[in-house]
Design a protein around this ligand. Structure first.
Ligand code: PRT
Ligand code: ZN
Length: 283
C-alpha cells in the first residue's frame, strides 16, 4: 500500500494541536523537533514538519498528499487543493484595523490610503470586490507597528483575542475573512481509501470533543421529563438502580449548550450528575 505524507507546521501556533489531533486518531509517531520527517508506526503515513507557508504548495505539487494549515495561508498562496475537513482550532479573523484616532470611518475612506499587510493577495481581492483602490504595502511581520511608524494609514492582519491591536492603539474596522485550521489534500489522493479512513478517524475525534458523556440518577416518576431534555447518540440508555423506584440515565450532551442543559436536568429531577470526557464517537 502507498505510504501517504501529511505536512503539518513544524513549530508555531498550529503545531501542538495538529500533533494532538493525529495522536488522538490513534497514530503512533515521534514529534521530533529536529527532523523534517517522522514515520507513523501503525498507519501507512509519514509526517512532514514544515513552515506553514510552504504547506499549500507542497500539497498542490504532490510532495505531500495531505496538509494541516490555516485557511488564510491557503487563500494567500492561491493554490489548487481539495478542502477535506475543517478542524476547529487555530481560529482567527483577518481584519483591517486603523489607529484609534484615525479619520477613516468607512470602507470608502480607505481609497488612496496605505494599508500594511502580510496578506496582499487576500486583501487585494477584498478591496477589488469593494471597488476600492488602496496602496497595499506588503511587509513580512510586525504589521501592527506600521501606522505608529508612519508607514501606513491602516493594517490588515490576523486577530484572535484583539490584544495586539489594543496594545498598539489600533481598532478593528472591517472583517476580510475568518479562518481556522483545515485538512487539505492534493487532487490525486482526496478520494483514496486511506484518506477517507483518516478523515473518518478525525471526524470521530472532533465529534467526541464537541460532546460530553453524562450519567445521572432520577426517580422513575421524573424519567419522562428528564429524557425529553436528552438527545443521546441514538437515544439515552436507562438502567435500573438497586434502590427501588430509581434509574440511572446514560447519554451524551453537546458541549455548546452544556450548562443550560445541566440546569434544566436538575430542575426536572436529575441528581448525582457525573460528566466524563469522550475519546471518540464512531457512527
Ligand atoms: O514559522 P511558520 O511560518 O510556520 O509560522 P508563522 O509564524 O507564519 O505562523 P504562526 O505560528 O504565528 O500562525 C500559524 C497560523 O495560526 C496562522 O496562519 C493562522 O491560521 C493561525 N492563527 C490563529 C494565528 C493567530 N490565531 C494569531 N493571532 N496566526 C497569527 N496570529 C498573530 C497575528 O498575526 C497577530 O500578530 O497573533 C497576533 C494577534 O493575536 P491577538 O490574540 O493579540 O489578537
Ligand atoms: Zn508562516
Amino acid at each position: 500500500m502507498k505510504t501517504l505524507k501529511i505536512a503539518i507546521q513544524k513549530s508555531g501556533r498550529l503545531n501542538e494541536k495538529s500533533v494532538e489531533l493525529l495522536k488522538n486518531c490513534g497514530l503512533n509517531f515521534e514529534n521530533y523537533k529536529s527532523s523534517l520527517i517522522s514515520p507513523v508506526s501503525n498507519f501507512p503515513l509519514e509526517i512532514l514538519f514544515l513552515r506553514d507557508d510552504d504547506i499549500p504548495e507542497y500539497v498542490q505539487d504532490g510532495i505531500a498528499d495531505l496538509g494541516i494549515v490555516g485557511e488564510n495561508v491557503i487563500q494567500e498562496t492561491e493554490v489548487e487543493v481539495s478542502y477535506l475537513q475543517r478542524l476547529g482550532f487555530g481560529k482567527c479573523s483577518l481584519k483591517i484595523a486603523v489607529p484609534n484616532n484615525s479619520d477613516i470611518n468607512s470602507l470608502a475612506d480607505l481609497h488612496g490610503k496605505a494599508i500594511a499587510t502580510t496578506y496582499p493577495a487576500i486583501l487585494g481581492k477584498f478591496l477589488k470586490q469593494q471597488n476600492i483602490t488602496s496602496d497595499i504595502r506588503t511587509i513580512s511581520g510586525s504589521v501592527e507597528i506600521s501606522p505608529g511608524l508612519g508607514l501606513s494609514d491602516a493594517i490588515c492582519d490576523l486577530v484572535s483575542t484583539g490584544g495586539t491591536l489594543k496594545s498598539n492603539g489600533l481598532k478593528p474596522f472591517a472583517d476580510v475573512m475568518s479562518s481556522e485550521a483545515v485538512l487539505i489534500g492534493s487532487k490525486a489522493v482526496a478520494e483514496s481509501d486511506l484518506v477517507l479512513e483518516l478523515i473518518q478517524r478525525i471526524q470521530s475525534v472532533l465529534r467526541a470533543k464537541e460532546t460530553k458523556y453524562v450519567v445521572l440518577n432520577v426517580e422513575k416518576k421524573n424519567l419522562d421529563a428528564v429524557i425529553a431534555l436528552l438527545p443521546g447518540v441514538k437515544s439515552p440508555s436507562v438502567v435500573p438502580l438497586a434502590e427501588e423506584g430509581w434509574v440511572a440515565v446514560h447519554t451524551v450532551i453537546p458541549e455548546r449548550d452544556f450548562w443550560d442543559r445541566i440546569s434544566q436536568l436538575k430542575q426536572a429531577g436529575a441528581q448525582g450528575i457525573v460528566v466524563m470526557p469522550i475519546e471518540k464517537i464512531i457512527l
